[in-house]
Design a protein around this ligand. Sequence first.
Ligand SMILES: [Zn+2]
Length: 180
Amino acid sequence: MSELETQGSGWELPKGAQPWSSFHWFRVGARESLSLVLLSERPTWYLGHYVEGRMVPCGGIPCELCGEGLGSQARFVFAVCEVTTRRVGLVEVSQSVAELFRMWEAEHGGLRGMWVELYKHSHSVRSRTECRCVREDPGHWWRSLEVPDPGVALELTWRKAGFKRSRSGSRVSARPSGSG
Ligand SMILES: [Zn+2]
């Protein structure tokens, strides 16, 4: 994705721009589950490396972390709304959880409007995240919500974390620059 324009004239925002300046990332707590309605029509994925307790985007070829022999894993990102607070944000899941979404998507007839609950396998944030599908109608309140673009959210989040991408491609500096 190219650099976002942050200013311009006219009514039309450039492609990729949206009225979001920050994004909320939902995380599954040790003891409370996350109850989410999916707002995305399809998943957004990226390949990442797990480094020092966090996911770092794979920089493509060449990637320093691939070069170090660190395996990459697919991560799937969805725009969601939390059912109790009705807060809109994003959630990132592993490929195994995404496979469940995919299975339920077929039953549900689409991702959008599907109600899922994410929780930890044991009462520890380090334990694996599990998921179940809530087979109830969440109602229609979520239909009018603005849907954040997961690709833009990832880009901004990585930029804030100091992962730099070159303009020409998807190359990422694997190490945070440290400035913030
Ligand atoms: Zn890599």
